[in-house]
Design a protein around this ligand. Structure first.
Ligand code: NAP
Length: 459
């Protein structure tokens, strides 16, 4: 391939094309800030690819890839414990099916809107492609807030949600999974309702299922473990490892808990974690057993931790967690939780690596700060791809009607995370962007999907 220096006119042409398409995207999706942020990050990475491979411009892949194949928005009526009718809004974005059926989680959180679901669905296209598994990109959710709701309310809401969603999904069409606010319990209710409506047991329609009806061992652990496996690969480049390092993990949900577990197994000291109200700091290292019981079993707030560990501190508000000095930061809660100010604090305190367990937890400005200061930075679509990768393994086990052991799935997950790291690193180097894993992940994820779109014609 010619070096970038030798193709300056092509680079300028590709940059102009990217700018033009981005202007169109902005007009068509005005006010969808999260979606525009995700598109900008991907577009910026693709300029050298388009300069070297103008076939993607000829087929107008950028304009096509930012337009979801289908967006479904629907009413979700349900009756609360007082007998009052409540109404929420449900979404499913079926973004891209070039390399397989749509695949991506369902989020229940009051902040869910079209922009959030679209950014998540867009990211999912490239993430799923990076896993090497045959899965397209999709995402869904509702502005329903599970906090403070009874089990009966959660079940009735979830059943109503699935009554409508069931018209659009299936094992070869669209396979949802969990995300924020949707764990094994909600997946169970969704699966039960889908089965009742369809009158058939189709294990492959959802992933993250319970082990007694088609779930995969190690799915629960996959995103958190995968995050740590990826960061461990990144650290190896500079002869570092988790062993003996101080780690801060935001959130205390599914991804955070299993990131903490794996980091501790690898010898790290995890000193802090959080929820949307505040964070706890335990200089002796977080007691994971307590966090698991509080969050997974008792569904309590993280501040309760200090009742059992009085030497630990609880601080109201979640962004302050990034002011704690650490070697490795793993944002595992939600989008845009690390802004430029937080990124600068982390750098000033000597952070060596940041791995995004959550989706888009760093703003574009924060990423620039990390890159400018040579912090090893692992982007979400690569780092947290372990969850969807094991979901694809769950689909494979369902179609073969067998179950692999925990060790088998975990070994496959480790291999997949190593491959994702290597492919992202190699793609970055191919375009003279050595060490820029944001660009590498975007490029590697994009090329496979774009090539499939070209092969399949204008559809
Ligand atoms: P989860 O189990 O529902 O946990 C979410 C955690 O983040 C909770 O501790 C929650 O605190 C906190 N949080 C939520 N919204 C917040 C906000 N606005 N500010 C601060 N903290 C907030 O969800 P999860 O499955 O771990 O997902 C976490 C992130 O990972 C999300 O970005 C998700 O898209 C991404 N992800 C998840 C998977 C997966 O397999 N689960 C796969 C790939 C990516 P509260 O309890 O106070 O709400």
């Amino acid at each position: 391939m010619p070096t970038l220096e030798k193709i300056q006119p092509e680079l300028q042409f590709a940059q102009n094309y990217v700018n033009e398409v981005f202007e169109i995207v902005k007009k068509r999706n005005a006010n969808e800030n999260e979606f525009l942020q995700a598109v900008k990050e991907v577009f910026d990475s693709l300029v050298p690819v388009l300069a070297k491979d103008p076939i993607y411009i000829k087929h107008n892949i950028l304009e096509r890839i930012v337009e979801p194949e289908r967006i479904i928005s629907f009413r979700v009526p349900w009756v609360d414990d007082n007998g009052t009718v409540q109404v929420n809004r449900g979404f499913r974005v079926q973004f891209n099916s070039a390399i397989g059926p749509y695949k991506g989680g369902i989020r229940f959180h009051p902040s869910v809107n079209a922009s959030i679901v679209k950014f998540l669905g867009f990211e999912q296209i490239f993430k799923n492609s990076l896993t090497g598994q045959p899965i397209g990109g999709g995402k869904g959710g509702s502005d329903f807030d599970p906090k403070g709701k009874s089990d009966g309310e959660i079940m009735r809401f979830t059943q109503s949600f699935m009554t409508e969603l069931s018209k659009y999904i299936g094992p070869d069409t669209d396979v949802p999974a969990g995300d924020i606010g949707v764990g094994a319990k909600e997946i169970g209710y969704m699966f039960g309702q889908y089965k009742k409506i369809r009158g058939s047991f189709q294990a492959g329609v959802l992933t993250g299922k319970g082990l007694s009806y088609g779930g995969s061992l190690a799915r629960k652990e996959a995103t958190g473990y995968g995050t740590v496996y990826f960061v461990e690969e990144m650290l190896k480049e500079t002869n570092l490892s988790f062993n003996g390092r101080t780690v801060v993990v935001s959130g205390s949900g599914n991804v955070s808990i299993y990131a903490i577990e794996k980091a501790q197994q690898l010898g790290a000291k995890v000193i802090a974690c959080s929820d949307s109200s505040g964070y706890i700091y335990d200089e002796n290292g977080i007691n994971l057993e307590t966090v698991k019981r509080l969050k997974e079993v008792e569904k309590k707030r993280i501040n309760e931790y200090v009742n059992e560990h009085p030497h630990a501190k609880y601080v109201e508000g979640c962004t302050g967690i990034w002011s704690l000095p650490c070697d490795i930061a793993l944002p595992c809660a939600t989008q845009n939780e690390i802004d430029e100010v937080s990124a600068k604090m982390l750098v000033a305190n000597g952070v060596k690596a940041v791995g995004e367990g959550a989706n888009m937890p760093s703003t574009l400005e924060a990423i620039e700060v990390f890159h400018a200061n040579n912090v090893l930075f692992g982007p979400a679509k690569a780092v947290n791809a372990g969850g969807v990768a094991v979901s694809a393994l769950e689909m494979a086990q369902n179609s073969m009607r067998l179950s692999w052991s925990f060790e088998e799935v975990d070994a496959k997950l480790q291999e997949i995370m190593k491959d994702i790291y290597l492919n992202s690193k190699t793609a970055a180097a191919d375009y003279e962007l050595d060490g820029n894993l944001v660009a590498g992940a975007n490029i590697a994820g994009f090329k496979k999907v774009a090539d499939a779109m070209i092969d399949q014609g204008v559809i």
